[in-house]
Design a protein around this ligand. Structure first.
Ligand code: FMN
Length: 212
C-alpha cells in the first residue's frame, strides 16, 4: 500500500515574514515538488501555533500527559507520523530563539513517556528517522565557523532523539545561512543556493531512510 511521506518543519522565528519563515515556506514548496511519489510537509512555528513554555509541574513524569492544553498535541501527532524532521531557527546570541526553546522544553512530555515505557535515558530506540537543522544568522563574524557546532545544536539534538529522530553531526545534516538580518533580507543568491542545498539535503535524507 502506498503511504505518502511526511515531513515536519519546526521554525523558531517570531517574525511572521522573517527569513526563517521564508525558508520554511520555500522548503515546503520545494520538497513537495521534488520528492517522487509525493510528500506532505507541515510547518509549525511560534507565529502559527500556540505552544506555551514548560511549567515543570512534572505531572507528565507520572502520567505521560501534559496538563497544558495547546497546540503541542497537534505537533506530537505530526511528529509521530513524520519521516523526517527539519529545524529552522535564527541564531539569538548563538542559540535558538526562546520561542523555539519553549517548544523544545515541552518535549519533556515525550521524554517522560519514553521513560515510562522503559527507554534508556528517555531516548527512543525504536525509531531512527533523520533530522536536519538550518540556522539563520546575521553576522559573518569570527564565530561564523562555529555556528553549526554552537549551543543551538545541543537542544536540537536532545529534542530530536527524544522524539525518535537522529540529528547527526555531519555536514549533510546542517546548513548555516549567514548574512540576512532584517525580515526578508536574505539575499536572492545566498537564499537560492541555500534553498536548493536544503531541498537536496531533505530529499536525500528521506531517500536514505526509505532504503534503511
Ligand atoms: C535577540 C536577538 C539576538 C540575536 N543574536 C544574534 C547572534 O548571536 N548572531 C547573529 O549572527 N545574529 C543574531 N541576531 C540576528 C538574527 O539572527 C537575524 O536577524 C536573522 O536574520 C533573524 O531571522 P528571522 O528573520 O528568521 O527572524 C539576533 C537577533 C535578535 C533579535
Amino acid at each position: 500500500m502506498f503511504t505518502m511521506k511526511k515531513v515536519v518543519i519546526i521554525q523558531g522565528s517570531p517574525r511572521r515574514k522573517g527569513n526563517s519563515s521564508l525558508l520554511a515556506a520555500a522548503l515546503q514548496k520545494g520538497i513537495e515538488t521534488s520528492v517522487p511519489n509525493g510528500v506532505h510537509v507541515d510547518i509549525f512555528s511560534p507565529v502559527t501555533h500556540t505552544i506555551a513554555p514548560c511549567i515543570a509541574c512534572e505531572r507528565c513524569c507520572k502520567t505521560g500527559e501534559c496538563i497544558q492544553s495547546d497546540d503541542l498535541s497537534m505537533l506530537i501527532e505530526a511528529l509521530d507520523a513524520a519521516d523526517a524532521l527539519i529545524w529552522i531557527s535564527p541564531l539569538y546570541f548563538g542559540g535558538v530563539t526562546s520561542q523555539l526553546k519553549a517548544i523544545i522544553d515541552r518535549f519533556q512530555m515525550l521524554w517522560a513517556r519514553n521513560m515510562l515505557a522503559g527507554e534508556a535515558r528517555g531516548i527512543r530506540s525504536d525509531r531512527s528517522r533523520p533530522a536536519l537543522a538550518f540556522y539563520i544568522s546575521a553576522q559573518d563574524n569570527p564565530f561564523s565557523n562555529e555556528v553549526k557546532k554552537a549551543a543551538a545544536l545541543l537542544p536540537l539534538k536532545y529534542a530530536s532523539n527524544t522524539a525518535g529522530f537522529i540529528l547527526e553531526n555531519d555536514e549533510s545534516s546542517h546548513l548555516a545561512i549567514v548574512g540576512p538580518d532584517g525580515p526578508g533580507e536574505v539575499s536572492a543568491v545566498a537564499y537560492e543556493t541555500a534553498r536548493e542545498d536544503a531541498i537536496s539535503k531533505v530529499v536525500m535524507a528521506i531517500g536514505k531512510n526509505q532504503e534503511a
